[in-house]
Design a protein around this ligand. Sequence first.
Ligand code: GDP
Ligand code: IMO
Ligand code: MG
Length: 458
Amino acid sequence: MSESGNQESSRSPNGNASGTTPAARPAVGNRVTVVLGAQWGDEGKGKVVDLLAQDADMVCRCQGGNNAGHTVVVDSVEYDFHLLPSGIINPKATAFIGNGVVIHLPGLFEEAEKNERKGKGVKGWEERLIISDRAHIVFDFHQAVDGVQEQQRQEQAGKNLGTTKKGIGPVYSAKAARSGLRICDLLADFSQFSERYKGLAQQYKAMYPTLDIDIEGELIKLKNYVERIKPMVRDGVHYMYEALHGPPKKILVEGANAALLDIDFGTYPFVTSSNCTVGGVCTGLGMPPQNVGEVYGVVKAYTTRVGIGAFPSEQNNEVGELLQTRGKEVGVTTGRKRRCGWLDLVLVKYAYMINGFTAIALTKLDILDVLPEIKVGVAYKVDNQVIPHFPANQEVLLRVEVQYETLPGWNCDTSAARSFHELPENARKYVHFIEERLRVPVKWIGVGKSRESMIQLF
Ligand code: GDP
Ligand code: IMO
Ligand code: MG
């Protein structure tokens, strides 16, 4: 399957049902390459996107907000992206934020300016960024509500969700309740926008009386963004259509969060509020499914999770500590330590079933270099019975006993390897084991943070 390029129009050989002249089917247009997280996030999507974005014409985000934290290391400079597509680091690429993304405008500008100061990678971002007019806006009060809701969960149920407090739950709730405000509303009549903004703020104030909302202050800030974002805003559907049906273009979509955090398929309720699986690519960009080309699943060579929720292969022991320390497993957005455990192929297979990965990028293999033996989760047992699916119910997931296979470690440094054959035999066996169990080819192997530390297999 080609990663880009126009497909010819095709005609039905037998004509249509009425036997009249067959109708021409429109050309599919450019195919889009998609990069998605296959575990609980932080698999190294930013690095994979950076690699693929080096010759991309367009890089897109389709869901999530600045709860995401994607790291890209180029020339020893570490960039962190939250709302901007990481591929913006390619100075020739246009970056598109689709309708499915929720945007906190001050956060977006701070992120862009901070990264611009770090190095030359993000120069000229303002001229290269396009924002869909249908994207919903995250207000400061959504973020405050996120915090208050977390506190209430803690007080009422004794545990919270461990959100990033970036307002993600509240803003997607407002979107579903049809009371949200979008970029197109901000750019239309500002007095009408202000009225709706105030109405929404009052609703939250009624629900959470202790909430401190600076209505006038935020409206002034928002008004100041109007002229600045105007040149960036487009009808996202039309923009995407033109990109798909214009001259051949390499278009890349960067998923945020990950399959097990997906609102429908993740470990509900300990999930985020958007679809982080392949369906979210179409709904979040306004793109027909036939334009989806390669779908790359990013899989960390072990498993991590930030925040609360069941984690069957978690290692609350020296193995978990070693993975956390060697892997520098600290959240890019919240600075929280990530929980760590063995690779769990039951959940990666589940992510594959939903997303149809065409290949895998296996990251952070180098972190396993010092382990004498490595375990891989291959099945789940509940009440001594092997269960055939990844359980939907959290209580069941908490009771899962992971069945492991143990593979020998390789006890040597892989960070300098640049081809598959430079990896030690046991590391190659580990990769083959994953491919055989998942029946998906591994296309890249990450052995370090930098752009160069990536082995391409085909
Ligand atoms: P994302 O959210 O999926 O983009 O991932 P994050 O950026 O949150 O976390 C991944 C972390 O692992 C970052 O610090 C990356 O620089 C780092 N990383 C990515 N790939 C590799 C790799 O192959 N080896 C090592 N050692 N670090 C990696
Ligand atoms: P990237 O794109 C890891 C987790 C949070 C929390 C839950 C809900 O960097 O892989 P939210 O703020 O979205 O309402 O939080 O989801 N979470 C992530 N964990 N990586 C992410 O993004 C995450 N985005 C959300 O920790 O448990
Ligand atoms: Mg991350």
